[in-house]
Design a protein around this ligand. Structure first.
Ligand code: SF4
Ligand code: SF4
Length: 484
């Protein structure tokens, strides 16, 4: 066993309201620079839909991620000699039309217009070319709230082979929001494909970064990332990506998308995993991928895991954080969060709690699972998105979430929940209470359990020594000045 630590995120899709606050705060902090106008390290898509960049999930087209050959995971995009051979062509790159032409409006006309008979208008113009655009026909969230014809949205790769007749009707349509960022994968295909060796995964917390001094702008990482979460900056001839707000993480602060999230749907925490199993598990049969990825995550309460973690250089504050981690609870303990497209085999580390649909007749015990099968958002669709097609585990997770709703509604109205429902959902009242606390009313410190990096700890400890106070050791009850 080789224990490593990973900071990971869980996003509760049942509560995301699609407000895009996360995207906007991220853009303001990280990509409001020349050359990155089209880039959104965090974006929010309406599903079903083709997303941003268009049809990013169509790996037949992009050849991102890994595939299994002779029992081993190999880059779909090609091995090292193949990548070097096509350095100057890169045929599988998204182009600007696959993202959108970044635009703004001519606000100066509004501000500087002289008095005239007709009101001045602010026409759109392209940030890329500086030319006026007659029509804006695309954007990073063009399909928001089911905008656009179903014919376009039905090209969503997760609907491939599904009978979508009737889905365009109001009564049968369904939607939810999918916020997306770099997955900080355990087995990142972006890093494996970089000819310059510029992409690395930090051993202390698993954050995947691009060394900007080493990057030569070959863009092979963009082709190889199945989530299309690396962006080329033409103004700098460098590839850029989400850095998981590591300067904030190192000092124990949540990522900016998490802190600003209006719906409080994001959770951050540490998980410990066995790095020795990564190679094997990324080549597992498709129907076992989710279970194997779950199996990689170690129990931080197990004394043997704790000993191995200390032996492998993981500090005690990371082990403590793993024990208090909300992500560990959601992913492993309750099994209600799932990885996005595990079939890409990169072992992604941003997981999702699947969305519920309006409740039907699930509170009748005999119809509990039948009600879940009949939910507006088809199990098949969620399973394609989150478990490489395994509907059983999605059904079990939705069962727990439905039981939680019935339980809390019963508590509020003074009704008893039928023991049959608890048994069918496989949960106890204690577990439901803990789930309610984390999913519905968790405060900041419950949602974000982030250990500070060793350097920051040393700084805090030195500060405490120098002043008798400290960031961590300060008198919490009486504040910084001991009640004075
Ligand atoms: S999601 Fe992030 S870590 Fe994973 S392959 Fe893409 S860029 Fe790399
Ligand atoms: S800020 Fe939160 S609620 Fe709003 S879109 Fe982003 S993830 Fe969803």
């Amino acid at each position: 066993m080789k224990v490593q630590a990973q900071i990971c995120m869980v996003i509760n899709l049942d509560k995301c309201i699609g407000c895009h606050t996360c995207s906007v705060t991220c853009k303001n902090v990280w990509t409001s620079r020349k050359g990155m106008e089209y880039a959104w390290f965090n974006n929010v898509e309406t599903k079903p839909g083709i997303g941003y960049p268009k049809k990013w999930e169509d790996q037949e087209k992009w050849q991102g991620g890994w595939e299994v050959k002779d029992g081993k995971a190999v880059l779909r995009h090609g091995n090292r000699p193949t990548i070097l051979g096509k350095l100057f062509s890169s045929p599988r790159q998204p182009e600007v039309k696959d993202y959108y032409e970044p635009f703004t409006f001519d606000f100066d006309t509004l501000k500087q217009s002289l008095r005239r008979k007709t009101a001045p208008t602010a026409r759109p113009y392209s940030i890329a070319t500086g030319k006026r655009m007659d029509k804006v026909e695309d954007g990073p969230n063009w399909e928001d709230n089911l905008a656009g014809p179903f014919a376009a949205r039905s090209a969503d790769p997760n609907l491939k082979g599904t009978d979508t007749v009737g889905y365009e009707e109001f009564e049968a349509s369904f939607m939810f929001y999918l916020p997306r960022l770099c997955e900080h994968c355990l087995h990142p295909s972006c890093a494996a494909s970089c000819p310059s060796g510029a992409i690395y995964k930090r051993s202390e917390d698993g954050v995947v970064l691009i060394d900007q001094d080493k990057c030569r702008g070959w863009r092979q990482c963009i082709s190889a990332c199945p989530y299309k979460k690396i962006y080329f900056n033409p103004a700098r001839n460098k590839s850029e990506k989400c850095i998981f707000c590591y300067p904030r993480i190192e000092s124990g602060e949540p990522t900016i998308c998490s802190e600003s999230c209006v719906g409080r749907v994001r959770y951050l925490g540490v998980v410990l995993f066995d790095a020795e199993k990564i190679e094997d598990y990324s080549a597992a049969p498709e129907n076992e991928l989710y279970e194997r990825q779950l199996d990689l995550i170690l129990d931080p309460f197990d004394p043997e895991v704790q000993r191995a973690a200390l032996r492998d250089g993981i500090s005690q504050n990371f082990i403590d954080a793993a024990q208090n981690s909300p992500t560990y609870k959601l992913m492993k303990e309750w099994k209600i969060a799932f990885p996005l497209h595990p079939e890409y085999r990169t072992l992604p580390m941003v997981w999702y709690v699947p969305p519920l649909s309006p409740l039907g007749h699930q509170d009748v015990p005999e119809q509990f699972f039948a009600g879940i099968d009949d939910m507006r958002i088809p199990l098949e669709y969620l399973a394609r998105l989150l478990t490489a097609g395994d509907q059983k585990v999605i059904r079990e997770a939705l069962g727990k979430l439905v039981a939680l709703r019935i339980y809390m509604r019963g508590k509020t109205l003074g009704d008893e929940i039928s023991p049959d429902i608890l048994e069918k959902a496989g949960v106890t009242p204690e577990e439901l209470t803990a789930m309610y606390k984390l999913l519905a009313i968790a405060d900041f410190k419950d949602r974000f359990v982030i250990p500070t990096a060793p350097a920051v700890r040393e700084e805090a400890e030195l500060f405490a020594l120098r002043t008798g106070l400290g960031f961590e050791g300060e008198d919490k009850e009486n504040g910084l000045f001991g009640g004075l």
